[in-house]
Design a protein around this ligand. Structure first.
Ligand code: AMP
Ligand code: SF4
Length: 478
């Protein structure tokens, strides 16, 4: 998961606004940040650095950068190495002019693209799929940069939400399946493109609409011009996990408030209809209150409290000054990270039976450690509730979920999970409940990490090691 932001103005200097937009998208990536623009000599320039936006980039320098179009990127990765060379936007000055690309998503046909590009003489500097898009553009020297970009994007499969700078203007592009969100915003005559609409409020812009799946939108002095990729998408594949966890709750995606979707997930979870669970020792009827795992479980816990009629207690305190634990590279560091980050309040838990709500279990580390800490507070009982279905399959569309071997729900039964995290009962929201809570048609959403229904059979075969087709081809589903 990464965040992209682009800004275009006829008169205003926008580099600092890109910086601010990236600050609002910081939750989508904390590994590196970068901003790129085309200078008055027609050359592409970029500043990039490791770490959080304020560490990686210098706001003062950007505020003095006199450019009217710029793009930016925050990177999140647990694969491909945490190094400056992998920071985006990636930039080149090729035969037809300058190009800078910031990418959120993962292409699934990278190997095929690389093989054919290398056969034509391309020399790759990295393993990044964004570089493949750049090579595809640079190889089309007979086309204008925009035509070359349209051609390049037509060759790809998988997920991309892009902001691109060309001499023709700022370009926003979303893959035909619409995996990752991408939104258009406006303030006066200025246009902005962001992974999430929450980035617009910070700069006083408002959400105009989502960039459509398969749309390539050119923004320049002539206004907005839309092009459409020719690839057939059949159905939509917007990532349902954006609503579960990734997106900020104040964002609106495809007209749906992420906050409301999460709250509804919690409410439906409390109703216990159609989910999966195990009640190894006792059920939750004795519960005194609902607590949440901050911040990821907060909104769903609010919905759960509403749905169950139980009081809501902010009984687990979060240290705001440490980042997301999931992205720490080793299990040991991740465990320590959870202890540093989260602290249950003994005064609230002692002698009580609590429902603990979180958005998802991936490896099960966070929940296991927090449950153990709550046990140390002498809680009478602890019931774990997860506001999404069990994550049993990895993601290949831009989220670095672990391999199946590390996914707790892929390896263990629900009883084993409940006992390994130390909960008295465990219950997950069902897939239908999640889809209903999101409020978009099921065939417009990707749910592959929950049900293994990937865009291509090949994604599942190559990445999951499955070779017999026990699961229907996703495209055949209605
Ligand atoms: P784990 O300890 O591996 O079970 O991590 C679960 C927690 O990580 C969840 O409570 C989410 O808040 C968060 N999470 C879930 N999926 C991801 C992801 N792909 N990247 C980062 N964090 C995640
Ligand atoms: Fe989102 Fe899961 Fe699909 Fe990946 S596999 S795009 S995380 S729903």
């Amino acid at each position: 998961m990464c965040g992209v932001f682009g800004a275009y103005s006829k008169n205003d200097y926008v580099a600092e606004e890109v910086y601010l937009g990236l600050l609002a998208l910081q939750h989508r990536g904390q590994e590196s940040a970068g901003v790129a623009w085309i200078d008055s000599f027609g050359r592409v320039n970029a500043v990039k650095g490791m770490g959080l936006v304020y560490e990686a980039l210098d706001q003062k320098v950007l505020s003095k950068t006199t450019v009217t179009a710029a793009i930016g990127h925050v990177r999140y990765s647990t694969a491909g190495g945490s190094m400056l060379q992998n920071a985006q936007p990636i930039c080149a000055n090729y035969a037809q002019g300058p190009v800078a690309i910031a990418h959120n998503g993962n292409l699934t046909n990278l190997d095929d693209l690389r093989t054919s590009l290398e056969a034509r003489g391309a020399i790759f500097q990295s393993t990044s799929d964004t570089e493949a898009i750049l090579h595809l553009v640079a190889h089309q020297t007979e086309k204008s940069p925009l035509e070359a970009l349209l051609y390049a994007l037509d060759q790809t499969r998988g997920a991309f939400s892009l902001v691109v700078l060309l001499e023709e203007g700022l370009v926003a592009a979303r893959d035909p399946w619409g995996f990752r969100p991408l939104a258009l915003g406006k303030r006066g005559d200025n246009y902005y493109v962001a992974s999430e609409s929450c980035a617009f409020s910070l700069i006083g812009a408002t959400l105009v609409r989502d960039i459509e799946p398969g749309e390539v939108l050119l923004i320049n002095e002539k206004g907005l011009t839309s092009f459409h990729l020719t690839t057939e998408s059949g159905r939509g594949w917007l990532c349902s996990f954006e609503f579960v966890y990734f997106a900020r709750p104040d964002s609106v995606i495809e007209g749906r408030s992420v906050y409301r979707a999460r709250q509804e997930m919690g409410r439906r979870l409390a109703m216990g209809i159609g989910g999966e669970g195990c009640f190894s020792e006792m059920n939750a009827s004795d519960a005194d209150f609902v607590a949440y795992l901050p911040d990821s479980g907060t909104t769903a816990a609010i919905g759960y409290a509403e749905g169950s009629g139980l009081p809501f207690e902010a009984a687990v305190v979060r240290n705001r000054y440490v980042g997301r634990t999931f992205i720490q590279p080793t299990q040991r560091v991740r465990e320590l990270g959870v202890r540093i980050k989260l602290s249950p309040s003994e005064a609230i838990f002692s002698g009580k039976s609590a429902i603990l709500v979180d958005d998802s279990l991936v490896r099960g580390t966070t929940a296991g450690l927090v449950v153990a800490m709550i046990r140390e507070c002498d809680a009478r009982a602890l019931h774990l509730r997860i506001s999404s279905p069990p994550v049993r399959y990895p993601c290949y569309y831009g989220i670095d979920t672990p391999s199946r071997g590390e996914l707790v729900a892929a390896q263990h039964s629900l009883e084993e999970i409940a006992s390994s995290v130390g909960a008295d009962s465990l219950y997950y929201l069902g897939k239908e409940g999640m889809i209903d809570a999101i409020g978009l048609p099921g065939n417009s959403l990707c749910t592959a990490c929950f049900d293994g229904l990937y865009l291509d059979e090949r994604d599942r075969e190559s990445v999951c090691g499955f070779h017999n087709s026990q699961i229907l081809r996703a495209e055949n589903l209605t």
